[in-house]
Design a protein around this ligand. Structure first.
Ligand code: GTP
Ligand code: MG
Length: 567
């Protein structure tokens, strides 16, 4: 594009020479050569044909510009896509505690919005700088070739002015760039929270508070934009003034030195056309530099997140399960959340045998969920080890260990898809094991509901986060999902708390009929849920204060007796 534009600009000189001086062909070696080459009959014919030629050239240049623009955007957005999915790959592989310490909107904002800013504010400007810089340098060289002095003045004037403006804006651009990221994040965050809490917001009539939270963030964000746009456009006005001034100045200069203005017209035209091309090119370079400066904090942030990732993660999900034959040993494990001051789990040692059912009970906040998060490898103990048979759990085998496990967390995660897809977690319809699906839903006591009450049975869409289901139905879908996987370890964290006692009892009884080697860990507040467990551990502030079967605890433990009496 640069080459074409330069040829277009350069062709003005001989054309104007032809026009202004009838004897130009005799005077110029170049014009003479062209005249001879095309066998023109007279200068007039040459003038007309070269005029048509130049028009055609400008046409081609502009067509080519369209093409390169398309190419440029295609290239940039391809990078944007690559970057966006690479970021997601990085985030999705971050340790679980990353999500405890960061607001999830951050990930959302970076992957979608900031990658877009990176494209528009960094990648496209870099390409812009290269193409315009090339063009500017060639046009300038041409001017130097024609008249070094004028070229130096032109370049010195334009370049110097841009440089001064850029240097004076540079720090401010960066500062508002950092602020822009922050306020953009707030916008996303407040909106996401508003939508998640819509039910509470409606009932408590707190629309105004949450509306203002978004409005405030949006206002701060929108405040930055006009400042930024103003900074980008200031130099243009200054430079246009300078350029017109200098063209006039050069005219006067040439008039004085050349004596007659007629012979100066070709050159003046060249300067005018060169200026006409050079000015926007330099303006674009300036804008690109300013955009780069403003958006550099995005590069910093995203680069930082990508750099901290460990290589390029594979997305394959076929992982071989860790062989689990005999026992899980929690050996003196300690755990403290990074943002907390006190440890949640203290020197805990527990052994559970394969095929057993154990239960954790204890007051709220005593560390039960934290403990199972440690067992499933979502969190890593600060001290101590989790040992599967004889294999200590570590970063390299945790995925294989998780293949053995089905975990029904306190809050069942559901997504806007069909019932079947929610249970199988995205297995393609034709690959679903129908028999297993039926069995899992029967065990979780949700089969009748799905097949008789849902309009499309297993193909019914359940809405965002399962809004079209009741709390108990959601929990039973979570259970069905856990059972569909046919795990060797089943972990239920308050997984039946939303069910009525009769439904819960029947589910717990059918779970007991499952294959003998299924190891089950149950957390429950309702004691009837854990009655049949081989061993019940009572947790208090991260320590086991008592353990035993239901009956032995009733006999021996005062606080357990109180719990039973209360329930
Ligand atoms: P219930 O589910 O209410 O019965 O409690 P639990 O026994 O499951 O407690 P859990 O393991 O969830 O929490 C134990 C302690 O860790 C509590 O004091 C929590 O406040 C604290 N805690 C839980 N999650 C986090 C976290 O992500 N960061 C920090 N700093 N503390 C946490
Ligand atoms: Mg809990």
């Amino acid at each position: 594009m640069g080459v074409l534009e330069v040829v277009g600009v350069a062709s003005i000189l001989p054309f104007m020479q032809l026009m202004a001086e009838p004897d130009a062909i005799e005077k110029s070696r170049w014009l003479n050569a062209i005249y001879e080459f095309f066998h023109f009959e007279n200068p007039r014919q040459m003038l007309i044909y070269s005029g048509i030629g130049i028009i055609a050239l400008i046409g081609v240049t502009n067509l080519f510009t369209i093409f390169t623009t398309w190419l440029r955007y295609k290239f940039s957005w391809e990078i944007a896509h690559q970057l966006s999915v690479r970021l997601l790959r990085t985030y999705i592989h971050k340790p679980y505690n990353f999500y405890l310490d960061n607001n999830s909107s951050q990930v959302n904002t970076y992957i979608i919005s900031e990658v877009g800013n990176l494209t528009g504010g960094v990648i496209i400007p870099i390409i812009e700088i290269f193409s315009r810089l090339f063009m500017s340098i060639v046009i300038l060289s041409m001017l130097v070739f024609v008249d070094p002095k004028v070229a130096m003045i032109m370049f010195g004037g334009l370049g110097g002015a841009y440089l001064i403006i850029y240097l004076s804006q540079k720090n401010y651009l960066k500062r508002i760039g950092v602020l822009r990221i922050k306020t953009n994040l707030l916008r996303y965050q407040s909106l996401q929270e508003l939508l998640q809490g819509i039910k509470t917001i409606m009932v408590y009539n707190k629309r105004e508070f949450f509306y203002n939270r978004y409005s405030q963030a949006s206002w701060e964000f929108s405040n930055i934009q006009p400042k930024y746009n103003l900074l980008l456009s200031i130099p243009r006005s200054v430079l246009e003034f300078l350029a017109f001034g200098s063209i006039l100045g050069v005219t006067i200069y040439l008039y004085i030195t050349a004596g007659n203005i007629q012979s100066a017209i070709p050159r003046l035209s060249l300067y005018a056309v060169a200026g006409y091309r050079l000015l926007p090119a330099m303006q674009k370079i300036f804008t690109a530099l300013a955009k780069l400066r403003h958006n550099y904090p995005v590069v910093d942030k995203l680069h930082n997140d990508l750099r901290k990732s460990h290589g390029d993660y594979k997305m394959t999900e076929t992982i071989k399960a860790l062989p689990f034959k005999d026992r899980i040993l929690l050996n003196k494990i300690n755990f403290k959340y990074e943002t907390a001051t006190r440890p949640v789990i203290k020197d805990l040692t527990i052994e559970l045998k394969k095929g057993e059912t154990i239960a954790f009970i204890g007051s709220t906040g005593s560390g039960k969920t934290t403990l199972v998060d440690l067992i499933v490898g979502l969190l890593n103990p600060g001290k101590g080890q989790i040992i599967i048979d004889d294999t200590p759990l570590n970063a390299s085998n945790v995925k294989e260990w998780q293949e053995d496990i089905s975990y029904v967390p306190q809050e069942v995660f559901l997504f806007d898809d069909t019932v079947a897809s929610n249970i199988t977690l995205g297995i393609k319809a034709e690959e679903v094991n129908r028999k297993q699906l039926e069995r899992a839903t029967q065990l979780a006591d949700i089969h009748t509901f799905i097949s008789e009450q849902l309009p499309d049975g297993f193909a019914t869409e359940i809405g965002e986060n399962g809004v079209r289901l009741s709390g108990g139905q959601r929990q039973r879908l979570g259970l069905a999902r856990a059972l569909y996987k046919a795990p060797s370890v089943l972990i239920l964290d308050e997984a039946t708390s939303a069910l009525d006692s009769i439904t819960e009892k029947s589910i717990i009884e059918s779970l007991q009929k499952l294959p003998q080697d299924l190891t089950t860990i149950i957390i429950a507040h309702r004691l009837s849920t854990v009655k049949h467990a081989n061993c019940i551990y009572i947790l208090d502030e991260g320590k086991v204060i008592a353990k035993g079967t239901y009956d032995s605890l009733i006999d021996s433990n005062k606080s357990f007796q109180t719990m039973v009496n209360l329930s």
